[in-house]
Design a protein around this ligand. Structure first.
Ligand code: PMP
Length: 350
């Protein structure tokens, strides 16, 4: 590793959920994608955009998508930045917003990319541990003068959430940058977007990978005041969002009927999955997202994960304190859930 710098050598690698090559052989409930496909209209918009114009660079600012999202959310286009997935937005935050001797804080457990990116850019961070029920008092972030706090609302992997009034209360005294990662907000949560008009130090991030069934297109948004949004534009790669992805995301935002139907189906399926898991002896953390964080009363999580994998069902197992006692299971289609429950019944009976 002669050509790696010290930071690269020492940083912990982000481990994404498995994406097997023979994907059609698996039931995939490990990366919180949407098990339902995008609508016909969205797929058609994507196909239509795959034309000879791909010889040209895309709009460097994804103007049409920003204008549409702004219109739907009573904002202006200059409140919105479009990223190559919300992951790109986190990268940019660490690349250019925080001084390299600054300190960040994130909850634990949470989306581990925050820790990885912090390490990659040499920014020190504290992990604020959740309580036994996975709730977190935001005032715990008031102890030090953190330059950056990221909370995931609802939180991955626990599915728990923060109250918007608690976020507002926190912002009244906090002077650093607060990022509220709303990748899963569409499933049950309440958005903190209104706070963008009240405070100049909040950024909301959104993802098209979950509720819009477009993980493969890589589209994420940052919503904030124009000054912060300009910072993202200054920092980003020249053409960070491609033509085809922008066209798909625009069609997805327009297709409100399918979006709502899709969300309702997932909520119904989640309730069914919860009932079935309770019957099999699982403890379930109340979830506001499209996944459940669960633990069995008698069998170790890693053991269940391996047995399911042998049966071609992927769920997520994380190493690390507390979270290694749990499995994270993405809510799938009814067929996927029934197969999962059938296999879990045979594992727990054995
Ligand atoms: N935030 C959270 C909390 C997530 O779980 C994920 C997906 N793993 C992301 C952001 C990344 O989303 P995107 O696909 O938009 O990069």
């Amino acid at each position: 590793m002669n050509y790696w710098n010290t930071r690269l050598r020492e940083m912990t690698e982000y481990i994404p959920g498995e994406q097997p090559q023979d994907i059609d052989e698996y039931i995939k409930l490990n990366t919180n994608e949407n098990s339902f496909p995008p609508s016909k209209q969205v797929l058609e918009a994507i196909k239509e955009a795959a034309n000879d114009k791909v010889k040209l660079y895309p709009d460097p600012k994804s103007t049409r998508l920003r204008e549409l999202f702004a219109e739907q959310n009573s904002l202006n286009a200059d409140n919105i930045f479009v990223g190559n997935g919300s992951d790109e937005i986190f990268t940019l935050l660490f690349r250019g917003f925080i001084e390299h001797n600054g300190t960040a804080a994130f909850t634990y457990p949470s989306y581990s990319l925050y820790y990885t990116m912090s390490e990659a850019y040499g920014i020190n961070f504290d992990k604020i541990n959740a309580e036994k029920d996975f709730s977190i008092d935001l005032q715990k972030f008031s102890g030090k003068n953190y330059n950056l706090v990221i909370i995931s609302n609802p939180n991955n992997p626990t599915g728990t959430g923060f109250d918007i009034n608690d976020i507002r209360k926190f912002l009244k005294t906090y002077k650093g940058l607060l990022v509220v990662d709303e990748a899963y907000v569409d499933f049950y949560g309440e958005t903190a977007i209104a706070l963008v008009k009240e405070f100049d130090n909040i950024i909301i991030t959104r993802s098209f990978s979950k509720s819009y069934s477009l993980a493969g297109l890589r589209i994420g948004l940052a919503v904030s005041n124009p000054e912060i949004i300009n910072g993202f534009f200054k920092l980003k790669d020249s053409y960070n969002v491609n033509r085809i992805s922008e066209a798909g995301a625009i069609a997805a935002l327009k297709d409100i009927k399918n979006f709502k139907y899709n969300i309702q189906m997932l909520i119904n399926n989640k309730e069914y999955l919860e009932e079935q898991l309770y019957e099999l002896g699982f403890e379930i953390v109340p979830s506001k997202a499209n996944f459940l964080f669960v633990k069995h009363s008698a069998i170790q999580a890693e053991n269940i994960y391996n047995k399911l994998k042998n049966r071609k069902i992927l769920v997520r197992y994380f190493q690390g304190p507390v979270q290694s006692e749990y499995l994270r299971i993405t809510v799938g289609t009814m067929m996927e859930i029934k197969k999962l429950i059938q296999e879990l019944a045979s594992i727990t009976e054995a």
